[in-house]
Design a protein around this ligand. Structure first.
Ligand SMILES: *[C@@H]1O[C@H](CO)[C@@H](O)[C@H](O)[C@H]1NC(C)=O
Ligand SMILES: *[C@@H]1O[C@H](CO)[C@@H](O)[C@H](O)[C@H]1NC(C)=O
Length: 468
């Protein structure tokens, strides 16, 4: 058994298990390929064969460097990928072993990139006992020695990414204890990013953003939406959604009707709720008067005593507060400062008044569409988990990674559309969401989130002011 002789420090042959009939596995694989369009959540998803082949080649190279089993790839038939604790890639391929025998094999590569140890690999070849191997750290070390010029990259990938992150986002931590803490959070973020990407059901990409060194609690505080139960009962009127005459248009965008102002930035203040509300009123006002104006969030931070300025708030509270205060001033008259100051509202500068507000029915995205078309942009609460690392595309995170119950951010729906991916027999309906994290975040400040299954709770807290 040549394989046993090859088991050195650099490689653990974990076990030899029962012969697995490769045919059964083949069938399983082709079954999962056939059901390409309705893969259950957490199930196996088809994986690009070219990428699978590259991953397999890298894995074989590492095993060879560590004196593991030697295989050469002849042909890759198909591959699937599944999110487990990490990712499990299954590749159906013809391989040639060190005795020059060619066999059909299923190779399983279990990757947990956040762990320092290497991947666990299982070869299940036709009429052969399964072979388990792992390229351990010593293999990685061996590899580093042979690729000296890449040493600084591979020495510690996380440290390297963290360093780049600190430079890019100008992070200066107070002391080494904080540095260590932020590094730990950053490492966790990399894991979350990997999970989001591996489970993505839409077309979104997730990556390192300026929020990668914040815990989800810090991040949610900075967004600043209260749970409805935290505030007092809101008691908005249930919206009467007029039936839309005719067929709903396939796409619609209030930005093209001059009803949406530029993307603003709330900064380090939990005032999302105020931006969501001004966006809603800016839209309704523009549609009513034909005049697009920016309204003041700072007035709400200073004068709305129902909410807590930079410590969060609720859109419903803010509509009531605006009614009580007597309206909103323009942004230019009452500019944003990102912290609570003395209220200096001036009634003669009140340009828009609110008579009340409505709560749209929960869980009915068709009703939201109809409302948007007739009335304008809609304020919504959303679970911002996926937004923390969003880099563009139609975001449709796996629901356990974005619970619809945990709304922590207030934003504004300004339109909707559909993305078609004919090659994948996939259609992705989406909402166009205006965020308040500046134009450099997401898609020029916007987020596209899947429409139709209450992704991240988009229809849980949909509201609008009614103008007087
Ligand atoms: C309110 O605004 C008007 C118009 O700009 C101005 O004339 C007036 O002095 C302001 N009042 C106060 C108290 O600042
Ligand atoms: C959703 O709202 C629309 C329009 O208001 C209504 O016609 C439809 O019956 C609602 N659907 C559900 C499931 O409540």
């Amino acid at each position: 058994m040549k394989l046993f002789a090859a088991a050195t420090v650099a490689l653990f042959l974990l076990a030899i298990i029962q012969t697995t009939p490769a045919d059964a596995e083949d069938q399983e694989l082709s079954r999962s390929r056939r059901s390409l369009n309705d893969v259950p959540v957490g199930g196996r998803k088809p994986y690009d064969e070219k990428q699978a082949e590259e991953q397999l080649q890298r894995t074989l190279d590492k095993l060879t460097a560590g004196e593991g089993p030697h295989y050469r790839i002849v042909k890759v038939y198909s591959a699937t990928r599944q999110v487990v604790s990490g990712t499990l890639t299954r590749i159906d391929a013809d391989l040639v072993d060190s005795n020059d025998a060619q066999r059909r094999c299923i190779v399983e590569i279990w990757a947990q990139p956040w762990l320092e140890q290497g991947h666990e690999v299982t070869f299940k070849c036709h009429n052969q006992p399964a072979v388990h191997a792992r390229h351990s750290r010593s293999v990685e070390w061996a590899e580093k020695k042979t690729h000296k010029k890449h040493n600084h990259h591979t020495l510690n990938k996380v440290d390297h990414l963290f360093h780049k992150f600190q430079v890019k986002y100008k992070r200066r931590y107070a002391n080494s204890a904080e540095h260590q803490m932020r590094l730990r959070i950053f490492r966790q973020s990399l894991k979350t990013i990997q999970e989001l990407n591996a489970n993505e059901q839409g077309s979104a990409k997730y990556g390192i953003t300026e929020f990668a060194d914040m815990t989800s609690t810090e991040y949610a505080q900075r967004a600043g939406l209260w749970q409805r139960s935290e505030g007092k009962p809101t008691g908005g009127a249930a919206a009467v959604v007029p039936a839309y005459a005719g067929e709903l248009p396939k796409e619609f965008d209030w930005r093209q009707k001059n009803a949406v102002t530029h993307v603003k930035n709330q900064g380090q203040c939990g005032s999302c709720w105020a931006f969501s509300v001004t966006g809603n009123i800016e839209g309704a006002y523009a549609i009513k008067t034909g005049d697009l104006q920016e309204f003041s969030e700072q007035e709400l931070l200073d004068c709305d005593s129902k909410d807590s300025a930079c410590n969060g708030g609720l859109m419903d509270n803010a509509y009531k507060a605006i009614k009580d205060i007597g309206g909103l001033e323009y942004e230019s008259e009452y500019p944003y400062e990102g912290k609570k100051k003395q209220c200096h509202f001036n009634r003669t500068l009140s340009h828009v008044q609110v008579s009340g507000f409505v709560d749209l029915p929960k869980g009915n995205e068709t009703a939201m569409q109809e409302w948007l078309l007739t009335n304008g942009p809609i304020s919504i609460g959303i679970n911002a988990n996926a937004m923390q690392f969003y880099r563009g595309g139609v975001s449709h995170p796996w629901s356990p990674l974005c619970s619809k119950k945990n709304l922590d951010h207030g934003v504004l729906i300004v339109g909707y559309g559909v993305s078609d991916y004919p090659n994948f027999h996939k259609t992705l309906p989406y909402w166009i969401v205006k965020n308040s994290w500046g134009p450099r975040w997401g898609e020029q400040g916007y987020y596209r989130v899947y429409r139709g299954d209450n992704t991240c709770g988009v229809s849980e807290m949909a509201t609008s002011a009614l103008l007087a």
